[in-house]
Design a protein around this ligand. Structure first.
Ligand code: UFG
Length: 329
């Protein structure tokens, strides 16, 4: 007997986290179908499943793709994700991340697609009163990007209740690293994230690193973040989908390792992994940066059976370094 494989519509599947999730889906026996407008996504990152170019705000295009492939579920990554840009151009973020998600939800409702795994963010929490951050921590985003993800979560919950769509919103902490096989990796343009910029500074392929803020109330004065390997995030999406199929109630779930690393810790880790110094200068704080973001991911472990494969910062940076040596050649 042959069992038909389930097709998963992956919006933003040509993105950093989206493409790693497509690889994980394919390995788990699903058929990813990438739907991406390729504004920030890379065609070269679509290596598992077909690519259908399109925008989540384009209802006619979404309908055509859904009617052609009949996906069983949706994983929704498509979004703009530059915090600074969201502050200077909020309309761009609300139109794409909020209105675009609404269009996608209406398409799901009308085509009776009843499973959704959503790419949410610790940016929905803002500056928390207590650490570590659990799913019950109040969500008070401090920038339009975080607000757009929170609004999308709310719409998803309302559509879920009204139209019997089971959903999981995965709130990632700081995604980092690259596919251990180096088939895909982090390739933002422009790049604003700490680890790739530190690696480029070390290898001489980029300018020296600017450290944003050294006067925070943290052990070394720089911000603390909870870095989580992108392949571990990808694995959690596959687990979330399976859990929904097994009847797990719709909810939000944090994804992080629960360890806080400062910007200077990352500089030191990049030096240990690469053997190269990271030239850096100290600069004022970057607008919209919370001082400390550290997760409590107990729910992911207990409800999804999620277990990070790479928890040490060295093991995360090693995969990023391997990818950058290959991609920056
Ligand atoms: N940083 C620097 N210099 C740089 C880049 C970053 O000092 O050149 C610092 C930041 O100030 C921050 C830390 O390094 O303290 C991490 O910065 P990233 O830009 O790598 O990541 P963020 O924490 O700002 O953003 C990440 C995700 C977002 C998500 C956010 C939640 O990229 O999508 O976490 O706060 F929304």
């Amino acid at each position: 007997m042959t069992v038909e494989k389930k097709t998963i519509l992956v919006t933003g599947g040509a993105s950093y986290i989206g493409s790693h999730t497509c690889k994980a889906l394919a390995a788990a026996g699903y058929v990813p179908l990438v739907y991406d407008n390729l504004i920030h996504g890379h065609q070269s990152a679509v290596q598992w499943g077909n690519l259908e170019q399109g925008d989540i705000a384009d209802r006619a295009r979404l309908n055509a793709v859904i009617e052609r492939y009949h996906p069983n579920a949706v994983m929704h990554f498509a979004a703009f994700a530059y915090i600074g840009e969201s502050v200077s151009d909020p309309g761009k973020y609300y139109r794409n991340n909020v209105a675009g998600t609404l269009t996608l939800l209406e398409a799901m409702r009308d085509h009776r697609i009843n499973r959704l795994v959503f790419s949410s963010s610790c940016a929905t929490y803002g500056i928390p009163d207590q650490l570590p951050i659990t799913e019950a921590t109040p969500q008070r985003p401090i920038n339009p990007y975080g607000a757009s993800k929170l609004m999308a979560e709310r719409m998803i919950a309302d559509f879920g209740a009204a139209h019997e769509i089971g959903w999981i919103a995965l709130r990632y902490f700081n995604a980092a690293g690259a596919d251990p096989d180096q088939e895909i990796g982090e390739a933002h343009d422009p790049e604003t994230h700490l680890i790739p910029l530190a690696i480029r500074a070390a290898s001489g392929r980029g300018p020296s690193l600017t450290i944003f803020g050294s006067d925070y109330d943290t052990p070394d004065g720089t911000c603390l973040r909870d870095y989580v390997h992108v392949s571990d995030l990808a694995a959690a999406h596959v687990l979330a989908l399976a859990a929904l199929d097994q009847g797990l109630p719709s909810q939000a779930i944090n994804l992080g390792n629960g360890d806080g690393y400062s910007v200077l810790d990352i500089v030191a880790a990049v030096k240990r992994v690469t053997g190269l110094d990271v030239p850096y200068c100290l600069a004022p704080r970057r607008h919209g940066d919370p001082p400390i973001l550290i997760s409590d991911a107990t729910r992911a472990r207990t409800l999804l059976g999620w277990a990070s494969q790479r928890t040490s910062i060295e093991s995360i940076v090693e995969t990023a370094w391997a990818w950058h040596q290959r991609a920056d050649r």
